[in-house]
Structure formats: C-alpha cells, structure tokens
Design a protein around this ligand. Structure first.
Ligand SMILES: [Zn+2]
Ligand SMILES: [Zn+2]
Length: 88
C-alpha cells in the first residue's frame, strides 16, 4: 500500500511484533493483525483488540481500527469489507 499506516496501540504505542499473542474464545491463538481481527478458526469477528502487557504493551482493550495509525477513509472501507467476509 502506498500510504504508510503504522499499527500500534493507541494507548501506549506498543507495536505488534508479528507473534500470535491473541487467543479467541474458541481457544485458537493467532496474530489478529493478519486477519483484521477475525479468528481464522471459528470466524468470530473481534471488534476490539487487547494490548499485550507481557510483550511490552499495556492493559488497554481498544477498538481494532484504533490500532491503525494514519489509516485513511479508503483503508477503513477496505478493512470493513474484509470484516464483512469477502468470498474466498
Ligand atoms: Zn475463534
Ligand atoms: Zn498498549
């Protein structure tokens, strides 16, 4: 993408390190930023994404979209489209 969008915690500025820090209620563990907040196992869409204190972050639980710093409207629409589940 042409725009520089940085993914970081809106509260503390922690940047996800590409590791699977997030666990779904179904038990699956993955990197939620690879799927825009959707669990690959059960397809649950997470509106919010927790920051990870054990990886250097804080205990905030912000909206997933709030993690994208510099995200413009076009990209927001793209993410919304992904979230609504484009046919594979
Ligand atoms: Zn799940
Ligand atoms: Zn944080």
């Amino acid at each position: 993408m042409a725009k520089s969008v940085e993914i970081k915690c809106p509260e503390c500025g922690w940047k996800p390190d590409g590791q699977p820090h997030w666990q779904c209620s179904c038990g699956y563990i993955w990197d939620t930023f690879q799927t825009a907040g959707r669990c690959p196992a059960c397809s649950k869409q997470w509106e919010r994404t927790a920051c990870i204190p054990s990886a250097g972050g804080c205990t905030a639980f912000p909206l997933h979209l709030d993690w994208y710093d510099g995200l413009d409207e076009w990209l927001r629409e793209e993410l919304e489209r992904i979230r609504q589940g484009a046919p594979a």
